[in-house]
Design a protein around this ligand. Structure first.
Ligand code: SAM
Ligand code: SF4
Length: 335
């Protein structure tokens, strides 16, 4: 039997997030600058190489695969990749195949994704106001995303909404968003804005809305019951007794939960990041390409990388300066 992947802090690694492209059809202000330089195509892993890498991780015990980006659904032929990964669902080795998307292409892809075995998806949506949506995504259009969410639900997929908490931007939509999600049977997770990459003039400290404050405001209107449930990740959940929905909080700044981290992240060029908030990474493309018919060197490189997984990130705004900032954008590592 293959030994599972265990890091130096005895955390089993069972979750791989894969950024399949650094490109995107939106330019969210907290994620990208308006003018981004994207990687030349030749730098990218091919879909076959991504398949081989993901299949190797699954052989080593990864049970959950999340496809992300950039916008994963703008990668050419991405459905081929999903269809191919579904063989691991059929074999039982993979428990969940899922994606995080901005929703812009869901209307086109929802049925095929569901047919490939995708049962739940995360859709990122920061506002229900058309004007504000255009402002925050720079290039996005809200009706297109709403049609995408409709299509995903019609195809039978469970949708969870991910919302970045942004001071002065969506504070006034706290209850509107919760009630809209509840009415559609969707859970909602709030995320604190992280210092990932240079984004032009926006200041991270001005954007930062602590989720402890957000939660306190929710509690003024709703009865919130803490749930013991963990996704093995950084989110903590409450049940809203009035609506029955779950609301999650991802609080890398106000409270980090790195001790339960079970994940690593692969970029579209084959770098493996052991932590979203650290620069250390391992190149898996070299062993992949150097040994086309032999996965042993690749497996060894993965095990060596996991043996360096750091304890946690160092993001910190508490001294009113941005500490622990990463030079790479979220779209590079995959959020
Ligand atoms: N394009 C897809 C999407 O938007 O869902 C997938 C990639 S995107 C980088 C993944 C998630 O990262 C999104 O929910 C986005 O809101 C979040 N994100 C991007 N930049 C962030 C930042 N600086 N801090 C916190 N979350 C961020
Ligand atoms: Fe694109 Fe997602 Fe980043 Fe927005 S958050 S720019 S949709 S990758």
């Amino acid at each position: 039997m293959t030994a599972p992947l265990i890091d130096p802090f005895l955390r089993p690694i069972s979750y791989l997030r894969v950024s399949v492209t650094d490109r995107c059809d939106f330019r969210c202000v907290y994620c990208m600058s308006e003018n981004m330089t994207f990687l030349p195509k030749k730098e990218l892993l091919t879909l076959e190489e991504l398949d081989r890498l993901c299949s190797t991780f699954i052989r080593l015990g990864v049970e959950k695969l999340r496809i992300t980006g950039g916008e994963p659904l703008v990668r050419r032929d991405i459905l081929t990749f999903f269809r191919s990964m579904s063989r691991h669902l059929d074999s039982g080795a993979l428990k969940e195949l899922t994606l995080t998307t901005n929703g812009s292409q869901l209307e086109k892809f929802a049925t095929d994704l569901a047919a490939a075995g995708v049962r739940r998806i995360n859709v990122s949506l920061d506002t229900l106001d058309e004007g504000k949506f255009a402002q925050i995504t720079r290039w996005g259009r809200l009706p297109q995303v709403l049609r995408g969410i409709d299509a995903a639900q019609a195809a039978g997929m469970r949708v969870k909404i991910n919302t970045v908490a942004l001071k002065g931007f969506n504070e006034d939509e706290l209850f509107t968003l919760a009630e809209w999600c509840a009415a559609r049977g969707m859970d909602l997770t709030w995320i604190e804005v992280m210092p990932m990459g240079d984004i032009g003039n926006e200041s991270r400290l001005d954007q930062y809305w602590r989720l402890t404050d957000l939660r306190a405001r929710l509690a003024e209107r709703y009865r919130l019951t803490d749930l013991a449930e963990r996704s093995g990740g950084p989110a903590r959940y409450v049940r809203v007794e009035e609506t029955g929905q779950k609301i999650g909080f991802i609080t890398p700044l106000s409270h980090n939960f790195c001790e339960s981290c079970n994940r690593v992240r692969l970029t579209c060029t084959g770098e493996l990041f052991m932590c979203l908030g650290q620069e250390d990474n391992a190149d898996l493309r070299a062993p992949l390409r150097a040994h086309p018919g032999d996965d042993a060197p690749l497996e060894a490189a993965i095990r060596a990388a996991i043996s360096h997984k750091p304890k946690g990130h160092d993001f910190d705004y508490s001294r009113q300066v941005v500490d622990g900032k990463m030079s790479r954008h979220m779209s590079h590592t995959g959020g």
